[in-house]
Design a protein around this ligand. Sequence first.
Ligand code: ADP
Ligand code: MG
Length: 556
Amino acid sequence: MLTSAVNKVNAKPVLVLREGAGDKENSLLNSIQAARTVSEVLKSSLGPKGMDKMLINNFGDIIITNDGRTMLQEMDLQHPVARMMVDVAKTIDNEVGDGTTSSVVVAGELLGKAEQLIKKGIHPTLIADGYEKASEKALETLDNIAITISLENKNELKKIAATSLASKIISNLKEPLSEVVVSAIFSVIREVDGKNIVDLDDVMVEKKLGESLASTNLVKGVIINKEIIHPAMPKRVEEARIALIDKALDLEKAQFDSKIRIDNPEQIEEFIKQEDALIGKLVDKIASTGANVLILQEDLNKLANYLLAKKGILTIRRVNQSIMKKVAKATGGHIINNFDALTEKDLGFAEVVEERTIGGSKLLFVENCRNPHSVAILIRGANKRIVDEAERSIHDALCVVRDVVQEQKIVAGGGAPEIEVARSLRKYAVTLVGKEQLAVNAYADALEIVPATLSENAGLNSIDTLPELRSCHEKGEVWAGVNVYVGKIQDMKSLEVYEPLSVKKQIIKSATEAAIMILKVDEIVSTKKQIRREEQPKKSPEEDRRERMEKLQYMM
Ligand code: ADP
Ligand code: MG
């Protein structure tokens, strides 16, 4: 313990740190425990037969989810190592978008196996080194068994989306939703230097309550959650030329208090006339560019509203900046800050701009834009919880299809790759000596947590399934995995349970990285209390003066 730098003469401990600030002996085992607790929570939600979690915050708001990242993000975690597991989930979500639960479960199991080795007296650093080697070998094996696919075959891509959706609450609609997801990704593929690139920013996801999840559909363009501001404006404009302005359509407010001296009623009238004339000029200016749709980031005054309606210019206001940017990108228009600078060249183009009433509220659809690489998925559903979970699930499905479009390699799922990698690691371990061999074998055992958990969640006993799986793989059945729907070992490739190679590789990378990082921390030491600047209490002038006086006296 850091607190017991012992003074030998009178055997009284000299306290270097505050009591309880550092405790080396138990720190690592405690950290392992903390990380395992988190992975235990997620375990029961892995795979299509996994359970969902109901998360409730202090306001009583409820989220029902099966999404690993959401669970971790919303959990109130105190232990720093538990919070590190959240970072693992975030990394994998940002990199590949799926595989969060698996990576946390594998990381937890790697630490569990490490704990057993530590208790046998093996130093954590040696285990970490062994894990590092094992992960390199695991990645190599995954590359070797991966299947290359062709983008011509949309069916395979749909299966990839469907596998990702299979383990979600909304899995009963995985087929139609995979169709929507694959069409969305195909609409936004760009070729850069001979490579397929997908920017998920090009796929907008908008949710609207009403109808059912089955009515979720793809819109070629952008959806704006705003309604047209004047009843006399057209509800549909074809061959839309769209002006995008991020300034209020009103007269500039005076910068300082100004007084206008008015002596008689004519002067008031004159003053208002001048203002109106200016507004009229601004509207004329917009109309003169040929714009028939106006999208404003800010507000506009009543007269402008009336004049725009009179000119038949479809207008919406208070559109947030990120949507303005999306519309600009989709329609090829420019966002302008100064009405005088607006020209015809700044206008965006879309074949149709139309207001439609969906789920009781009005949405503006900007369709068939100049830049076809811009689509929107409109999620429908009976209640907010379903719509929110659908959004999270569709995000994962979009990510996996994007991953495969960018690197056309897949593996089959159901725990098959994990068993195959474990098998190759055990072979590799034989070539190593001593403690490293133990660590590599422990790594292989840890990976089997994926098929073990998939079968446990499907009501099977992993004591039966794991040996059967191992023997199938020994016989060369690379894709033998757990078909959780029928509770049998089957060929996952012929069942078309496909996952991106990149997700499987990222699970290995993230889980190993987290486990090693935790293994290398032998002590958690709380540092001095820091107060964030914004949290610092403001001193009263009196306090401030007294403090300065005290300092002065001290110096004298
Ligand atoms: P993650 O957050 O790690 O993606 P999921 O809950 O989505 O966790 O579960 C993913 C696991 O479920 C993968 O190992 C995948 O192979 C498996 N899986 C998906 N569909 C099936 C299926 N039909 N049969 C067996 N396993 C499946
Ligand atoms: Mg998943």
